[in-house]
Write a protein that binds this ligand. Structure first.
Ligand SMILES: NC(=O)c1ccc[n+]([C@@H]2O[C@H](COP(=O)([O-])OP(=O)(O)OC[C@H]3O[C@@H](n4cnc5c(N)ncnc54)[C@H](OP(=O)(O)O)[C@@H]3O)[C@@H](O)[C@H]2O)c1
Length: 329
């Protein structure tokens, strides 16, 4: 019998998650039937969506939702020989059995110089979110001024670099001076620390006195209300995430958006990256190519040890990470 270890959601989060909301558990996996494969997680991902989605999709006691890069260690499916690497969505678990259908095989010619963890970040779901959010929702074009918040994170850092590749002026905001330096190093035209600027409105004005054509919004809430006033005529807002609201226990009321939206004829569109599931290959190919050409730089914030997953999750929500937050088992 093969043992597995997993993190269960012990108690639904109330406000900011706590370490005591999680419980480390062990279980025995069933013997493999024909068509089954046994996989071992190599890298796991902690992502902001886990906070709101835990409420929507999980009950207490369930394995925490999430995805991993995993390796086939035993196989009764010739399509997945031992040693095959896949991206799976098996949750916070060290070993698991799959029937193959829910696995996304990693390309066998994955470049040796790239860590496979990038399949959870720059060349994975967050990279695709940046790619489709910019091209399909913001509809960026050369010369646009693009604003990105949470810009030093997994999605934001890729979004800023793609927008630069597309010929845009890019402004980024992040929560520390070290992150701001990181953004400038990535080629952002302007960047500032939203926690220390005093007036967000003034900092936005200084970074782009004529306003913004596109706003790739990862944060939501009050931040977004301030930005709305500085959108140019026909501006496009891609509502990607709202991390500033995920821990709220009561729905907040902000300024109403209608007058500004009408006056400047703005377009605001929420999206989920899964909308472009049928174009995933296109996006991953483009991201891999840009990474290999050195046009997109990647950064990871790696936590060692499966036992540290809850702490890594809390740390990511607080802003510990520059680039993608990853757990190395
Ligand atoms: N629509 C989709 O399909 C889709 C897919 C993936 C991700 N998303 C969303 O995109 C956003 C970024 O995700 P990610 O994976 O790239 O995460 P990330 O940016 O790598 O990590 C989260 C970051 O959020 C920032 N943050 C936390 N609380 C904040 C607050 N109150 N105000 C401003 N910033 C705050 C922190 O950075 P600072 O130090 O800068 O504060 C933290 O590092 C999230 O909102 C996520 O839900 C959406």
């Amino acid at each position: 019998m093969v043992q597995t270890t997993f993190w269960a959601l012990k108690k639904h989060f109330e406000g900011f998650p706590k370490l005591s909301d999680f419980e480390l558990k062990e279980a025995e996996l069933p013997a493999l039937n024909n068509g089954d494969v046994l996989l071992e997680s190599v890298f796991l991902s902690v992502d902001p969506y886990m906070r709101p989605y835990s409420k929507l999709r999980m009950k207490e006691g369930d394995v925490m939702i999430g995805s991993q890069v995993a390796r086939v260690v035993e196989s009764k499916d010739p399509a997945y020989p031992v040693g095959t690497f896949v991206v799976a969505a098996a949750g916070w678990i060290t070993r698991f059995v799959s029937r193959g259908k829910d696995l996304q095989r990693m390309t066998p010619d994955w470049p040796k110089e790239l860590p496979r963890s990038l399949a959870l970040g720059t060349i994975g779901m967050p990279g695709l979110t940046a790619y489709f959010g910019l091209f399909e929702v913001c509809k960026i074009k050369a010369g646009d001024t693009v604003l990105i918040n949470s810009a030093a994170g997994a999605v934001g850092s890729v979004a800023g670099q793609i927008a630069k590749l597309a010929g845009c002026e890019v402004v980024g905001c992040a929560g520390s001076d070290a992150k701001v330096a990181f953004l400038k190093n990535l080629g952002f035209d302007a960047a500032f620390n939203y926690k220390t600027v005093g007036s967000l409105a003034e900092a936005l004005k200084k970074a782009s006195p004529n306003g913004y054509d596109c706003f790739f919004d990862n944060v939501g809430g009050e931040f977004s209300s301030v930005v709305l006033e500085q959108m140019k005529k026909y501006g496009r807002i891609a509502v990607c995430g709202a991390i500033s609201l995920y821990n709220d226990q009561e729905i907040q009321k902000g300024p109403y958006v209608q007058l500004l939206m009408i006056r400047n004829e703005l377009r605001m569109e929420g999206f989920l990256v899964t909308q472009w599931e049928n174009r995933k290959e296109e996006g991953l190919k483009a991201l891999l190519k840009w990474v290999m050409e050195g046009k997109i730089k990647w950064e990871e914030y790696v936590t060692e040890g499966f036992k540290n997953m809850p702490a890594a999750f809390l740390g990511m929500l607080k802003g510990d990470n520059t680039g993608k937050a990853i757990i190395k088992v």
